[in-house]
Design a protein around this ligand. Structure first.
Ligand SMILES: Nc1ncnc2c1ncn2[C@@H]1O[C@H](COP(=O)(O)OP(=O)(O)OP(=O)(O)O)[C@@H](O)[C@H]1O
Ligand SMILES: [Mg+2]
Length: 395
């Protein structure tokens, strides 16, 4: 079966794309998704959730994590389909439910993201207009991309009210490779999302259901701190505004530890986790963050700790650069930074970012409007499975 992308589930949810040929009536679609799996493949860990729709809520029955085979998944694309298929089959075997319906969320630098300010036109005409704009201004063959507009809001230009739209163009060959992979692994892919949009849905879901939501009327930044890269996204009153990928992640720490201690990256990762279960980043920074130039380290361990701190300081500097750009170009101050992804589990990383960036920073915490099964670690669910969680939502 060749894959075709059809209209989004809902117009208001611009970048959720439904997979499959025919557009089913909405009622049937919702019924079909009462129970589903949601998947976020990462370069280090693959995360999957089993969720059940409940009235006004979502019940997360199970949360799974598996090691992604090395180099099988690169920059949001399938690099080794056979290895991923084997991993996905073993994940599927852990699923207690019979459902094969699969929602998935991805991120890749191959996804083109642009913002446009367009005249106020009927919503059904926006896709045509932005596709035309993309075709005009980008040196790409637009027919090889699936274009998804997402309305950000109204803006005034001169004395005319216009509409600001963020547009994502996902290469069709990426979508097709996922379709093929998931089908081969025994799943039925039903919808796809982009991580920054999955998070937008989490925030909007919270805003809709929780009158005390901390995202209401706030300009917040979410940083997905992954293994190979991190994603910085801005949301205003829960609405996605802007996203930038930076090449920092847990892998950088594993590499310096592996190098210094002459061990393999897997062992280095264990050392890293053990280290940060005992000492926090601000404590480490105080001791090893600001060594005089030419300092001769006393031992290989001291050298390793100095190198680790130097990597984490570079992370803060890179995040700072993106945030400076964002605040300059958007002329809006950032109220708060939320970090999630595996890197957010590093002890004291949010306090360290707060010190270095001068902006209130915290780990994103579980939203009250979800319910969780007994075996699910609700406290860390956004850190570990945030993208998969957001992808579930239909707003
Ligand atoms: N407790 C912890 N302390 C320190 N680092 C941790 C901890 N738990 C996980 N990590 C690190 O987080 C990273 C994995 O996070 P995550 O699952 O978000 O990445 P990923 O999605 O696989 O990567 P990417 O998004 O870059 O493809 C790894 O580098 C891992 O070592
Ligand atoms: Mg990730």
């Amino acid at each position: 079966m060749s894959l075709q992308l059809t209209a989004p589930f809902r117009k208001s949810d611009g970048r959720t794309v439904r997979l499959g040929k025919k557009k089913a009536p909405e009622k049937k679609q919702i019924a079909k998704l009462k129970v589903a799996l949601s998947l976020d493949i990462g370069s280090r860990y693959t995360k999957m959730l089993l969720g059940r729709q409940k009235a006004g809520s979502l019940f997360i029955e199970q949360a799974f994590t598996a090691n992604t085979p090395e180099r099988a998944y690169e920059d949001g694309t399938v690099a080794d389909a056979a290895a991923l298929e084997t991993m996905l089959k073993s994940l599927a075997a852990r699923n207690r439910n019979m459902t094969k319906d699969l929602i998935f969320s991805i991120e890749s630098t191959k996804i083109i993201k642009r913002e446009f300010v367009i005249p106020q036109i009927p919503e059904e005409d926006i896709l045509g207009l932005v596709t035309y704009e993309m075709m005009q201004y980008l040196p790409i063959d637009i027919s090889e991309y699936t274009v998804q507009p997402n309305i950000i809001g109204g803006v005034i230009e001169g004395d005319t009210e216009k509409t600001k739209v963020s547009v994502s163009a996902v290469p069709k060959n990426i979508i097709q490779s996922y379709q093929k992979l998931f089908t081969a692994a025994g799943f039925k892919p039903v919808s796809m999302d982009i991580n920054s949009n999955s998070v937008e849905k989490l925030l909007r879901f919270d805003i809709m259901r929780n009158p005390a939501s901390e995202y209401i009327n706030k300009n917040v930044v979410f940083i997905d701190m992954g293994h190979s890269c991190s994603n910085v996204s801005v949301y205003e009153n829960g609405r996605y505004q802007f996203n930038r990928t930076i090449e920092i992640g847990g892998r950088g720490l594993d590499a310096v530890i592996a190098d210094s201690l002459e061990i393999d990256p897997q062992k280095a990762q264990n050392v890293k986790k053990e280290l940060f279960s005992q000492i926090s980043v601000p404590e480490l920074d105080e001791k090893y963050g600001n060594m005089p130039s030419g300092y001769q380290s006393q031992s290989i361990y001291e050298r390793t700790l100095i190198d680790i701190m130097s990597v984490i300081r570079q992370w803060a500097a890179q995040v700072d650069k993106v945030l400076q750009y964002m605040t300059r170009s958007r002329e809006k101050k950032i109220d708060k930074i939320y970090i999630y992804g595996g890197g957010s589990l590093i002890k004291g990383i949010s306090e360290f970012f707060e010190q270095k960036l001068g902006i209130k920073t915290a780990s994103a915490s579980a939203l009250n409007c979800f319910e969780y099964g007994q075996a699910v670690d609700a406290r860390h669910i956004i850190s570990t499975h945030g993208n998969a969680l957001g992808a579930f939502l239909r707003l």
